[in-house]
Design a protein around this ligand. Structure first.
Ligand SMILES: [Zn+2]
Ligand SMILES: [Zn+2]
Length: 91
């Protein structure tokens, strides 16, 4: 019997070196929930309707698996939904 094994395409995304600037007084450059101010970290994942899990802020709200764009993002802390763009700090 000959079986074909499906190999899922590998993503070759390189992770940029994280330059976290944490500290009091340094604000304004962090992604945060507009409701409660929670800042997602690299380990925080969102689940798409296709069951794929990824960090939505890595891709601007686009699921890397099914390429659906999520215009709204749910906070992990207060569970409020808000437009993806408002999570980014306004300049
Ligand atoms: Zn998806
Ligand atoms: Zn929140």
């Amino acid at each position: 019997m000959d079986r074909e094994v499906e190999i899922p395409p590998k993503s070759t995304e390189r992770e940029p070196e994280s330059q976290e600037t944490e500290g009091p007084g340094k604000g304004g450059d962090r992604i945060r929930c507009p409701f409660c101010g929670w800042s997602p970290g690299a380990r925080d994942l969102w689940m798409c309707s296709c069951n794929h899990m990824w960090n939505t802020f890595d891709t601007g709200g686009v699921c890397p698996k099914c390429l659906v764009q999520w215009l709204n993002t749910q906070c992990h802390r207060c569970h409020q939904w808000s437009p993806h763009s408002v999570w980014y700090p306004a300049d």
